[in-house]
Design a protein around this ligand. Structure first.
Ligand SMILES: [Fe+2]
Length: 343
């Protein structure tokens, strides 16, 4: 359902206040062909109302002809910033970048963050953003979970459907995504609400069963029949099952890249205002599926790169898979039991 400008502007003001925007700071709003016009106008008004100097930087899209999907997270390659020194300079000179175009997984983004510029991604439809306006409680919950991940040496994930995965930890940092950017050089995504890390290079092993009702992204579908992944030395070496497994295998094979099969980020959802069931209500091109990634108690794992964590592996393929009803433990201590978060 459509929302009115006024509450949306107030929501942006809340997010910008949580992000410690101050009068006189420079905000650059990054846009592209798929930027939602209401999000752009309300973000602009909110930032101006707080005394910020507001720019808009519109960059033409890239990679559309290579991706098999219109989802901006489906194909990770070059970005509109690749080799674009003028745009990079403008973003580095900004205090805060509002990314309404999806700039992810790029060395340029790292370079910009390292100068202290904050980046907040916000590309879900206005009503989804409004439903999941972040707050301090979200941050507390997510950072508490991330601290537990940071201190752990192993994440183990089990389910009645047959998942039993072991991931040694320690090589990569724990990341908190809670929906606002309150520290210099911080990147975050509104809406979100989850804690994650990456398994040690080559270390993940076991079996993952993607059960009926679990979700594939960017396919944005509920799996109809179980898919079994055999994981050895950090990679999914077999994908078995029925039609859902065939569809996943065919999609992944199109990238012709062994790195596509690596276990990427692992963690769990902590956002009570995100719902497992909303994906079925939306046209596939109307959302990137943040409800599916963030709903409380899901075990979210990914197949693809680890370069955004500081690893060396890159690949254009990126698949996020939220699983329901898993038990996630850190060093033998349960964090999530059958999809229910133990705080
Ligand atoms: Fe991902």
């Amino acid at each position: 359902m459509a929302i009115s400008d006024y509450p949306f502007i107030e929501a942006w003001r809340q997010v910008l206040t949580l992000s410690r925007l101050e009068a006189g700071q420079t905000v650059t709003i990054l846009t592209s062909a798929s930027t939602h016009p209401q999000t752009l106008s309300c973000a602009t008004i909110a930032a101006q109302s707080m005394g910020a100097i507001v720019n808009r930087l519109d960059l033409p899209p890239v990679n559309g002809e290579k991706a098999l999907s219109r989802d901006a997270l489906a194909y990770l390659g070059t970005t509109p910033l690749t080799g674009n020194h003028a745009a990079i300079a403008a973003l580095k000179a900004s205090d805060l970048v509002l990314d309404l175009m999806t700039l992810l997984f790029s060395p340029e983004q790292h370079e910009i963050l390292q100068t202290g510029t904050k980046i907040l991604l916000a590309v879900e439809p206005p009503e989804v953003l409004m439903r999941m306006v972040p707050n301090q409680q979200d941050k507390t919950r997510v950072t508490t979970a991330a601290a537990r991940i940071q201190a752990a040496r192993e994440m183990r994930v089990r389910s009645a459907a047959g998942t039993d995965l072991r991931c040694p930890l320690g090589e990569f940092p724990a990341i908190s995504e809670y929906g606002f950017v309150d520290e210099p050089g911080r990147w975050d995504h509104w809406p979100s609400g989850f804690a994650l890390t990456w398994p040690n290079e080559g270390g993940a092993s076991g079996r993952i069963v993607i059960d009926r009702g679990d979700i594939l992204l960017p396919q944005k579908c509920y799996v109809d029949d179980p898919i079994a992944l055999t994981v050895e030395n950090g990679y999914a070496v077999r994908i078995e099952g029925g039609l859902s497994a065939d569809l996943l295998s065919d999609y992944m094979a199109s990238f012709d890249d062994p790195e596509a099969y690596a276990i990427s980020h692992i963690g769990w959802g902590l956002q009570p205002r995100a719902r497992w069931s909303t994906l079925g209500l939306y046209d596939r091109e109307a959302t990137i599926g943040m409800d599916a990634r963030a709903f409380e108690g899901n075990f979210l794992f990914s197949l693809g790169p680890n370069n955004e964590a500081g690893g060396s592996r890159t690949t254009a393929c990126h698949i996020d898979i939220p699983l329901r009803r898993c038990t996630v433990s850190l060093d033998g201590r349960d964090m999530v039991v059958d999809g229910k978060v133990l705080d």
